[in-house]
Write a protein that binds this ligand. Structure first.
Ligand SMILES: NC(=O)c1ccc[n+]([C@@H]2O[C@H](COP(=O)([O-])OP(=O)(O)OC[C@H]3O[C@@H](n4cnc5c(N)ncnc54)[C@H](OP(=O)(O)O)[C@@H]3O)[C@@H](O)[C@H]2O)c1
Length: 322
């Protein structure tokens, strides 16, 4: 089968389409005919092998062991012996390794049935970005009705889900984006917007119950002035250029800034789980969340798609179709 592979660490030329053996599912896995995959910043970070801690996590000294693509939507071709929730022919979405390919294996626990009204491209957009927004706002931000929420990076893969999910929780949402995206961010539900090209939101008059930061382009202590006394800053993103020391600092500083009786700063890693993929399917079915797709590339252009996401200005999600 055809699959996107990394042939080394480096810029997007290292992403090449190769013939690789079709994967064979383990007992707890299904074999999927991939109908759509989505690109995440993780794909270019893995391609760059930077910070170098990523090389320890994702393998090889000379090249990543994994192949591009975490988010997948497709049809089940075969199921492992212990799989009970799915059968061949089912349309599903979720997470796997090497989704930018004609076929992929995925664990049963990392999949859910695709909502019938959603396309494969829309479903593939959801897993990493949608669950990051859901878990960040619900579990760490504890966003509720009437809360004021600022989303930094509102036009991106995670941000477009965060705006819609925060609205579905009854929050009043402010989205930070560039001039060209102001109207777009309002169109997906933001009550107000801040143009980061014209204004620094950390110096604004307003304060917020939750800051949801997908960009991390400010020092975290700059947030104190716009975070309410018991507010939470949920740090989702990481600075683009991140050393291993920077990565450690980014994990430690939020803990140092948090006060037991006041403002909290949290970082977290999204967990793919059996509860939240169906929760996202429900939000899509009810119409509260519609995945935003910036563009769709054929599998043969996976390198271009990853380079585009690395550019840092995707509007919603970038999709690959085999
Ligand atoms: N914690 C986790 O488990 C987890 C999971 C998923 C993702 N992440 C991280 O979360 C971050 C966001 O991911 P993503 O998928 O949303 O990335 P993305 O889609 O690549 O984000 C692109 C968006 O960022 C916006 N942007 C760029 N510079 C900005 C600035 N200075 N201020 C405000 N917005 C700006 C762009 O809007 P404009 O075009 O308007 O500039 C664009 O829409 C990444 O660092 C990613 O690694 C973490």
């Amino acid at each position: 089968m055809k699959a996107a592979t990394y042939v080394a660490y480096g810029s997007s030329e290292v992403v090449q389409i190769r013939d690789v053996p079709e994967p064979v599912p383990n007992d707890d896995e299904v074999l999927l005919r991939v109908r759509a995959a989505a690109i995440n910043p993780l794909d270019w970070r893995m391609m760059r092998g930077s910070p170098s801690a990523f090389r320890l996590l994702y393998g090889g000294l000379r090249k990543p062991k994994a192949r591009p693509g975490r988010d997948v939507a497709g049809e089940i071709e075969a199921v492992g012996k212990s799989v009970t929730a799915f059968k061949p022919g089912d349309a599903v979405f979720g997470a796997c390794s090497g989704a930018c390919a004609e076929y992929a294996c995925a664990a049963e626990s990392r999949l859910a049935h695709k909502p019938p009204g959603a396309s494969f491209e829309q479903a593939a957009a959801v897993p990493v970005a949608g669950l990051t927004a859901l878990q960040g706002l619900r579990d760490f931000g504890r966003v509720g009705r009437g809360d004021t929420v600022l989303i930094n990076g509102a036009a991106g893969g995670v941000g477009t889900f965060a705006v819609q999910i925060a609205k579905s929780f009854g929050a009043e949402v402010t989205g930070v984006c560039s001039t060209r995206n102001l109207e777009f961010v309002r169109s997906i539900g933001a009550d107000s917007t801040v143009d980061y090209l014209a204004q620094d939101f950390t110096k604004g008059e307003r304060d917020y119950d939750v800051l949801f930061d997908c960009v991390v382009n400010h020092r975290l202590d700059e947030y104190r002035g716009i975070l309410r006394p018991n507010g939470v800053c949920v740090i989702v993103g990481a600075p683009k250029h991140l050393s291993t020391v920077g990565l450690l600092k980014y994990l430690v500083v939020p803990k140092l800034l948090s006060r037991s009786d006041g403002q909290r700063f949290v970082t977290f890693i999204t967990k793919m789980n059996e509860r939240d993929l169906p929760a996202m399917a429900d939000l899509m079915t009810s119409g509260e969340v519609t995945p935003v797709i910036d563009c769709v590339y054929p599998l043969s252009e996976t390198a271009r798609a990853i380079a585009y996401v690395e550019g840092g200005h995707a509007r919603g999600k970038v999709i690959i179709v085999p």
